[in-house]
Write a protein that binds this ligand. Sequence first.
Ligand SMILES: Cc1ncc(COP(=O)(O)O)c(C=O)c1O
Length: 217
Amino acid sequence: MDHLLNTYARLPVAFTHGQGVWLWDEAGRVYLDALAGIAVNGLGHAHPRLVRAIADQAGQLIHTSNIYRVLRQEQLAERLCRIAGMDGVFFCNSGAEANEAAIKLARLYGHQRGIEMPALIVMERAWHGRTIATLSATGSRKAQAGFEPLVSGFVRVPYNDLDAVATVAERNPNVVAVLLEPIQGEGGIHVADHAYQRGLKQLCEERQWLYMVDEVQ
Ligand SMILES: Cc1ncc(COP(=O)(O)O)c(C=O)c1O
């Protein structure tokens, strides 16, 4: 601990191994893992097929960079697109990086439409990550405090409030995209109504805005 930067308030427990939904700490105590790495360990701990796949890959190739084709990456992209009904995949290392890419894509899209200062609509209590742009998109003053100046180009509206988005649409010609968590996690559990999501999607189509969904958590 002494040599770790003081960035997280950690609980005084350390796990040595896990199996499925179970975790063992240094003293051998067993815990039910109801947190699952903040909702990302969908396959649990030490799943034999996952362990084998990781070990096999590490024994073949560790990393070759984006300078070359990566065949397994192409296969996975094709499969994800087939399942999700989407056209393309960008692989990255974290949720924050995925949102950085989405923010950059939205800005690029804006510039292609001749908008010099593109803006994104983001939500109150949103969480999009801790990098400087995603922190700016995040709706937590506590997380932002001390890291100003934040990145500009975000317009914040209340969650689940279509009228608020429509008002921004009337007033701000620079908007190019909406970034939405269909279910907010870090900001408390808030679920976007179906009618709200449908209305937002329709507004995006009418205004030629990108409808960007953060389902990281
Ligand atoms: C909705 C949402 N987006 C983005 C992130 C950031 O993901 P990461 O911690 O992998 O950068 C989180 C993390 O909690 C999240 O809940």
